[in-house]
Design a protein. Structure first.
Ligand code: PMP
Ligand code: GLN
Length: 391
């Protein structure tokens, strides 16, 4: 479903990947790494299929997820965020963050209510709000620096708002919400009786030392209304494993579990076991990954700038946004078609990540293109060269 509730298949990510393959373009569209995760983690997953570590390795896992994974997540949240979570009642494993998002929205967004998000937003939010019979309403991030506009947010939230969807670090802008911004949002959600879901899948990918990720669960007053969603896909470059989780107060997790049990019932145990090993000891992987991502971001940013596409300066995540208005009068989608077919670089138009009927035709958010830099050196160099020579 698109944000207006119309069925659209496949998603912009899959369409862009298909276009990249057919044009032999460098795929900077769909956000997945083209390098494998660390070998020791892959070995741990392979071994987990044949060795019964914590129960039958190839049969249903407990609905809440393997205890070893939930314990590892609880330790990690305490260490990095100072948040204490009971692994038995406050953490539930899901099939990727995608299922955690779906189960949370279906649990908390009541039919006929309003769900609020910042624009642009991750595409599954609109689809799940539509499935819940709720209306997704967007508040654009500010022009230029993509911060949450809290006055506009305060004007948009009302007693009709059942759920606020946050995403920090943010896809596609790379914005990391500050504690002060999160505190104000929590305060407003309390005032209007709304719940909060915070999508934190890029939590480990802070690329600039001056940025600090704050989980919504570390914000005072959030614990009775907010859940956080995360995933191992980005942290360990294993997006295909689809190991995600939802965290929060037991009463909230219980409600989300009530939905998850009828979406997938339970999620595969072997990858959960391997992710638990990675969370307990990443063997230096995460800091190496952050350096590689920062290097790729800088390289691609220079190339975009030299090609006349004005990139933003994301402090986290996988993506750069480029403003195309100096270079072309085309809209972002037409420009992406041209870029894939004639320049040989595939990217995502931001107009696919907004609520189409709420954002006017010539709005600044329709003049932005998203480039994924979570790609190996060769892909980034090749894309940089094509942009500089062919655009
Ligand atoms: N939320 C955001 C903001 C994402 O970018 C993605 C995709 N990487 C997801 C959720 C989905 O995560 P997963 O692959 O774990 O389902
Ligand atoms: N999260 C990835 C992105 O934003 C893609 C996920 C997907 O293909 N659904 O590009």
């Amino acid at each position: 479903y698109d944000q207006a509730g119309h069925a659209v298949l496949p998603t912009v990510y899959e369409r862009t990947t298909a276009a990249a393959i057919s044009h032999e373009a460098v795929n900077l569209g769909q956000g997945f790494p083209d390098q494998e995760g660390p070998q020791w983690l892959l070995d741990a997953a392979a071994a987990a299929i044949t060795e019964p570590h914590t129960g039958p390795p190839n049969q249903y896992a407990p609905g809440m997820g393997l205890p070893v994974l939930r314990e590892a997540i609880a330790e990690d949240m305490l260490r990095r965020q100072g948040v204490s979570l009971d692994p038995d009642t406050s953490i539930m494993a899901t099939t990727g963050a995608t299922e955690g998002i779906a189960a949370t929205i279906l649990a908390f967004a009541t039919a006929g209510s309003q769900v609020l998000c910042f624009e642009p937003h991750y595409d599954s939010y609109g689809a799940c709000a539509a499935l819940a019979g709720a209306e997704l309403v967007g508040v654009p991030l500010t022009a230029g620096d993509f911060r949450p506009d809290l006055d506009a947010f305060a004007a948009a939230i009302s007693d009709r708002t059942s759920l606020v969807l946050l995403n920090t670090p943010h896809n596609p802008t790379g914005t990391v919400f500050t504690a002060a911004e999160l505190e104000q949002i929590v305060e407003l959600a309390h005032r209007h009786g709304a719940r909060i879901m915070c999508d934190e899948v890029y939590e480990q990918l802070i690329l600039d030392p001056e940025q600090q990720h704050r989980s919504i669960l570390s914000i005072p007053g959030a614990s009775d209304i907010a859940v956080a969603v995360s995933s191992a896909g980005k942290s360990f470059s294993v997006t295909g494993w689809k190991v995600g989780w939802v965290m929060g107060a037991p009463a909230l997790i219980n409600q989300v579990r009530g939905v998850k049990q009828f979406l997938s019932f339970s999620s595969g145990p072997a990858f959960q076991w391997a992710v638990a090993q990675g969370l307990r000891d990443d063997q230096g992987y995460l800091s190496a990954l952050r350096s590689e991502l920062a290097e790729a971001r800088n390289h691609l940013s220079t190339a975009l700038d030299e090609a006349g596409l004005r990139p933003n300066s994301p402090g986290a995540g996988y993506f750069l946004l480029a403003d195309i208005s100096e270079l072309t009068d085309l809209d972002d989608a037409a420009f992406c078609d041209l870029l894939a077919a004639q320049v040989g670089v595939a990217a995502i138009p931001v107009s696919a990540l907004i609520i189409a009927d709420q954002i006017p035709r010539n709005h600044r958010l329709r003049r932005l293109v998203r480039f994924a830099f979570c790609k190996d050196r060769h892909s980034i160099s090749e894309a940089a060269q094509r942009l500089q020579q062919r655009l």
